[in-house]
Write a protein that binds this ligand. Structure first.
Ligand code: SF4
Length: 381
């Protein structure tokens, strides 16, 4: 048995290494440069491709591909960093919840440092608030089980990928009879955000590099409307260098030939219909509701809220809090970064008043934030 697992692991690693192969990557890069140059000449400008997912934004920067191809393609970030798109009002409400007596806020790491209108969870923690970082919501349930005298509120932040895991933590709490666990759900859905982006006229995107993780849940077909209704091609991609290059090559090829499809270049993980089990879990626990997005405003049916029969796990129902009027930091252009209208370096505060150690906006905090990625890998002096 152990030998079989070892063999499978070795095969998986070998197959992954193919997507990191330096020689193959360099060959494909040269090809893209040649084909991209022709397309640029044909268009009279660089084609604009949006990497919807924050992990893609980081991958393009970290691999050096953004820099290597900057003369050929204009790569813009999209609304795919969950911490970054969380609205200021929600952040302020989370901070307010942390001030409640006997409440412990559980969260993934990035959210702690995101500046709210007046303070951050990190600052409140320094003043004595209980904020705990967890790697999984299940750990938060277990913590609540061990500490029945405290109320654990877990911040459910993320897209279709995170929602099933948070839903299962509620099932775990139910099964264990944990009564001091609740969730503040600000989960968001990618498809309504893309529609809003395109209906808003957006940044004039020629093609989308579509999120590999979210696609694994919702499937390739869910993105068909981009080609059918908006006449914009898209490619679902993984996160290794060959994945990124494959997606760019595909988009350049489609544009050059006047084609428009949604292709799946991440077929090792993504299926046509997605992951039915995860979709069922989402439907069982959540309803859709209007969501507030940084940069995109209010979008109908774009967020996931707990169903009525799960109110005892809904932190906002159990602990309603009032907040003062939220406001974004003056000069911070995260909203424009998240909608691809500008690249981070266009923000006057980039690398000056705003750095990863003194972030002004969430895009400089999150490990998936565009400003942070540009600062760490692309434009650091
Ligand atoms: S550089 Fe800082 S202030 Fe400017 S958009 Fe990014 S996070 Fe906001």
């Amino acid at each position: 048995m152990a030998r079989w697992i070892l063999k499978q692991e070795k095969e998986e690693r070998a197959s992954l290494l193919k997507f990191r192969d330096r020689q193959l990557s360099c060959q494909l890069l040269q090809e893209i440069k040649l084909k991209g140059k022709c397309l640029k000449e044909k268009l009279g400008r660089r084609p604009v491709f949006m990497e919807v997912c924050g992990t893609h934004t980081v991958a393009f920067s970290k691999t050096g591909l953004r820099k290597a191809l900057e003369e050929i393609v204009d790569l813009r970030s999209g609304p795919g960093c969950p911490v970054c798109v969380t609205d200021q009002e929600d952040i302020d409400r989370m901070i307010q919840l942390s001030s409640l007596e006997n409440v412990v806020l559980g969260t993934f790491g990035d959210m702690v440092r995101v500046p709210g209108s007046r303070t951050s969870l990190e600052q409140e923690k320094a003043r004595g608030a209980w904020v705990k970082i967890f790697y999984s919501p299940s750990d938060a349930v277990q913590w609540a089980l061990r500490n029945p005298g405290k109320q654990m509120i877990f911040l459910g932040i993320g897209f279709e990928t995170t929602a099933p895991v948070v839903a299962l933590s509620i099932r775990e709490a139910e099964d264990l009879g944990v009564k001091n666990y609740s969730v503040y759900s600000v989960h968001k859905l990618v498809i309504p955000a893309l529609r809003a982006l395109l209906n808003d006229k957006g940044p004039g995107v020629d093609g989308f590099i579509l999120p590999g993780h979210v696609s694994a849940v919702i499937g390739r077909k869910a993105f068909g409307f981009l080609a059918q209704e908006f006449n914009i091609p898209g490619v679902i991609a993984g996160f290794e260098p060959m994945d990124l290059l494959g997606a760019l090559e595909n988009l350049i090829y489609q544009m050059d030939r006047g084609e428009c499809r949604i292709d799946n270049e991440y077929s090792r993980l993504v299926r046509e219909e997605g992951n039915k089990t995860a979709q069922t879990v989402i439907r069982e626990f959540f309803d859709t509701a209007e969501g507030s997005w940084r940069g995109l405003g209010k979008i109908p049916a774009s967020s996931l809220v707990l169903q009525d029969n799960l109110q005892k796990y809904d932190a906002l129902k159990r602990f309603p809090v009032e907040i003062s009027r939220p406001f974004n930091k003056e000069g911070c252009r995260c909203g424009e970064v998240l909608t691809g209208k500008i690249v981070p370096t266009f923000c006057g505060m980039f690398g000056k008043e705003c750095t990863p150690s003194r972030p002004v906006g969430p895009c400089m905090v999150s490990s998936e934030g565009a400003c942070s990625a540009y600062f760490h890998y692309d434009f650091r002096e």
